[in-house]
Design a protein around this ligand. Sequence first.
Ligand code: PXG
Length: 302
Amino acid sequence: MFNASNPHLPGTDLKVWLDGKIVPMEEAKISVFDHGVLYGDGVFEGIRAYNGKVFQMEAHMRRLYQGAGAICLQIPIGKEAFEKAIYDTLEANNLNNAYIRAVVTRGAGYLGLHPGKTANPSVFIITAGLALYPLELYEKGMPIITASTIRNHPHAVSAQVKSLNYLNNIMAQIEATQAGVVEAVMLNHEGYVAECTGDNIFIVRKGELLTPPPSAGILEGVTRAVVMELAKRRGIAVHEKNMTRHDLYVADECFLTGTGAEIMPITHIDQRQIGCGKIGVMTRQLLEDFWACTKGQIDVQV
Ligand code: PXG
């Protein structure tokens, strides 16, 4: 597991916040009877800190608490205490630029689906160094495929709930890996474009920005919301619109957004070249604006 190129991946001395205590990673353990493990019953957030500041903390906390509420899971601490716990964990690990994983599980109980079989929800927070995409990818862009695995049906558990069950997306991620790429577009049950396994998708068409609507069954990404706001501030029209795979193939530009990827230009989809085959003009503008946001030079709260 040890990764010498990233000193904060497992194998080192990470400290983890677990149910109110900061403990060495070896001691950060949860029960095999935790319903998060047995049933994927719980919610999580993937967040980033830039220069010691948690990016879009409020939006991530809102999504976490709303997601928990939607699955009748009472997070045992309040938002303020949660935010403090995140900063305490960053400090304990001496991290300014980090990936933050906040997880709430239904807690340990006994076998059987019913949440009444659990006692107390568990909360843990992992902060780690980032395994970033190589910088040149932000210039060159990357290829993706469309997966045959469809996104969860929007009338099943909402994609807004960032639940601990990501199996559908993992199946699509496996398809991506097998095709030799790092991301895959998932269509929804109607064949419209939904999103990638851990990123939202945008295209540029005739100078306008298009992205699938929440009704397509997507997670409304925090990065997506920031990018939509940045585009509006540049006077770029943004439309939430159902798109087919064909719309992607003939787009002028395409990019993905996500906490890990930030804004990633897409050059090929299913081996069709998109636009000029490298980062497009509008994608570059938005990426520069986004990086200015992460540096605190542009203030956007979503
Ligand atoms: N769609 C899905 C299905 C996601 O899981 C996004 C879009 C982008 O949302 P944000 O809010 O990040 O702009 C996500 C986010 C991880 C990890 O470790 C996953 C995400 C984010 C951060 C880390 O797997 N998914």
